[in-house]
Design a protein around this ligand. Sequence first.
Ligand code: ASP
Length: 589
Amino acid sequence: MLKSHACGELRTTHVGRVVTLAGWVNRRRDHGGLVFIDLRDRSGVVQVVANPDVGVEAHTEAQRARSEYVVQVRGVVEPRPKGLINPDIPTGRVEVLAHELKILNPAKTPPFYIYDDSPVDESLRLRYRYLDLRRQRMQHNLVLRHRVVKYIRDFLDARGFVEIETPILFKTTPEGARDYLVPSRVHPGEFYALPQSPQQLKQLLMVAGYERYFQIARCFRDEDQRGDRQPEFTQLDLEMSFVERGDVMGLIEEMMIGIVETCSDRKLLAKPFPRLTYRDAMERFGTDRPDLRFGMEVVDASDVVAASDFGIFSKTVAAGGKVKGIRVPECGSYSRRQVDELAELARQEGAKGLAWLALGEDGEVRSSFAKYLTDDETAALLERMKAGPGDLLLFVADRPRTANEVLGGLRLELGERLGMRDERELAFCWVVDFPLFEWDEEDQRWDPSHHLFTAPMLYDVPLLETDPGAARGQQYDLVCNGEEIAGGSIRIHKREVQEKVFELIGLDVAVAQERFGHMLEAFEYGTPPHGGIAPGIDRLVMLLAGEPNIREVIAFPKTQQAADLMAGAPSPADPKQLEELHIRIVDDA
Ligand code: ASP
């Protein structure tokens, strides 16, 4: 080793020792006589002092050194003089007096500071990702990620799971996105598809009798990069045989609690994790990914205002719609302009308008609609909303789904404004009893709400014939702070049921056979009941690290446009390569 100690490990117990360190110049300060170098390696930073009276050459070299030069230092650990102790860093009580200092490699001036985490334009960070990854924030995130994955491996190993790798070059294994295709050189005109998840393969491993499988798996989905997505991402892929949904959920819950409590300093708000039905989640939070760090639930007030003289309310209810509302604390003093802004937001989310009622601290009522209500109606409405002085009530009258979703959106926005979405808190919950299908208006067919292989609830199997829209799936989602962290299900393990689902989603028999024939065939060779789940590692680590997006916890992420700015990918291919792959580029510009 070119070093005897790590920079960050030196303490007063090392005083008097001769140490050899190697790392990067974090900062250098030339005080005429003395040169101070903050030397950094992965473990941390320690102060090195070059004093010409101690080492003339070391001092000359230290004068030449610049930020991010790679240097090696041999010296003696000394206590820092009293007034010069730095309580902010773990090595702040000592410094290393340099006897020898060697520049191992100079460095160009980096395009941004490495030593502090001041904001830098993201494309610059991605262009020089190897420099960005030197920064403390990223080092912390990637080490945290390592810890989480290690925890997962140990946890599952101790419970009899086997980690098995599955192929990247495979056949379409759809999760509702577009496939990435890889042309075959050997089979002209044919393609592999990169797996959107190892879904089929893990089910086949259950057919194969492994009973408990997992993998830290890379998944590939060619989606339009809206929101916080990456073309490739990592999930903990897991499958178990002879289980019911509670078994999978219980295992994952125990693992998640362990991860949070062992690997992070985040606060878990509720243990065990609350379980909500899909319906409940939609009704009370307007989304199937509720953020349970705060209340402000969506409340149904339809019955209270159904007979009122406020036409928008009464007509909506008469037409089968709903009048729903949220109670926003501390916002009763919102000005007209502030409320109008919220109404604009509601319209963007799909509402026709926003009705409101503000209660001053003295109980004074301002409202867009109260004048049409009788005193009794208003009182009943306030009671339904559990409203008190200082509250702002917001109402949407619309189709049930729209009312829920719009208020769900406002709830998040106002929760954010009121500081109720504290990133140090984690509120996990399970959402269950999803509908098995959603109706696709455009293509006039059913779409699986999870994926093709999710089993219907046992009682609901007959509904596949009579009323598919009413069938619920044996699906479960794990949600945390409004983010979907994992989705899984008990699977179909009978050929007839699987074929019925293919039929309902409009998969032609021949196409189903071509794409999934191997699955159908396997189901005939003794397939155990099985189920699984797949927590997203990127999103989980993002929450644990308190980061705003998953790029911050991925070493080499792509941009929103699915590009790698550092290496310049994607890029044109060599004509010779294209020829070998039997590909001709058509310029459709
Ligand atoms: N394959 C599913 C997914 O990627 C997870 C699962 O059902 O296990 O979302």
